[in-house]
Design a protein around this ligand. Structure first.
Ligand code: VGL
Ligand code: ZN
Length: 212
C-alpha cells in the first residue's frame, strides 16, 4: 500500500511575520521535515494568488478582512492579501526541506475563485490534477499535514475522502486560523465524520516503516 504525505501551504505568509500568520504555524516545519522519511511520495501545495485575487479584502473597497461575500453563489471569506505569486510571502518557509518533494500543486491561481482544497476550487469545477497524479502513482493512503487546519487542510482532507482515498490527518502537524474560537475542534469533527482518521506524528515515527 503506497502512502503519500501532503504538506499543505507551508508558506511564509502563513507563518510568524506573514500577512495571514496562523498561530503556531512555524511549529510544524520541523515535523514536516521529520515525517518525510516515512512516505513513498511527498507532495506539497502552495497557495498561489494573483494580486487581484477575489479572496483579498483589499480588492473589495467597501469590505473588510473577515467579511463574507457571495461570488457566483459561492461564499467567500475575505482575507488579508497573502501568497501573491512569486512574492516572498508565497515561498515555502525557509526551514522546510523540499528536496524530496516530487511535485508541487498550486491553488487559488484563478483570480475569480478561491481554492482551499488541494484537489478542486471552491466551486468544485476545476481539478488541480492532484487526484490524477496520486492515482498514477498508485497511492491509496494519504497523510495530510500543514496549514490551516480549518481551511486548506480540512477541504483537502474532505475532497480526498470523497475521491475514495484512505485519509489520515496528522493532527499535531497542523495549525488552524480559528476566526471563531472552536473552529479547529469543529473542523476535526467534520473531518472525522467524513471518515478521516486522526493520527499523531509520533504514531508514524514509532511505527518506523521508513520508505524504501
Ligand atoms: C488558506 C485562507 C486563505 C489556507 C489559504 O492555506 O488554509 N486559508 N487562503
Ligand atoms: Zn489563499
Amino acid at each position: 500500500m503506497k502512502k503519500a504525505l501532503i504538506m499543505v501551504d507551508l508558506q511564509n505568509d502563513f507563518c510568524k511575520g506573514g500577512s495571514l500568520a496562523v498561530p503556531g504555524g512555524d511549529e510544524v516545519i520541523p515535523l514536516a521535515n521529520e515525517l518525510q522519511a516515512y512516505f513513498d511520495l511527498i507532495i506539497a501545495t502552495q497557495d498561489w494568488h494573483p494580486h487581484d485575487h477575489t479572496s483579498f479584502a483589499a480588492n473589495h473597497p467597501d469590505k473588510g478582512v473577515g467579511d463574507t461575500i457571495i461570488i457566483d453563489g459561492v461564499p467567500q471569506i475575505l482575507w488579508p492579501s497573502h501568497c501573491e505569486q512569486s512574492s516572498r510571502g508565497a515561498e515555502f518557509h525557509p526551514g522546510l526541506e523540499t528536496r524530496k518533494v516530487s511535485k508541487i500543486f498550486y491553488k487559488g491561481v484563478d483570480k475569480t475563485i478561491d481554492s482551499y482544497s488541494a484537489f478542486f476550487d471552491n466551486a468544485h469545477q476545476r481539478s488541480t490534477g492532484l487526484d490524477e497524479y496520486l492515482r498514477h502513482e498508485k497511492i491509496e493512503d494519504i497523510y495530510i499535514m500543514g496549514l490551516a487546519t480549518d481551511y486548506c487542510v480540512k477541504y483537502s482532507a474532505l475532497d480526498a475522502r470523497q475521491l475514495g482515498f484512505n485519509v489520515y490527518l496528522i493532527e499535531d502537524a497542523c495549525r488552524g486560523v480559528a476566526l471563531k474560537p472552536g473552529d479547529i475542534a469543529l473542523s476535526l469533527e467534520e473531518m472525522q465524520a467524513a471518515g478521516v482518521r486522526l493520527v499523531k506524528s509520533r504514531d508514524i515515527i514509532d511505527a518506523g516503516t521508513h520508505a524504501a
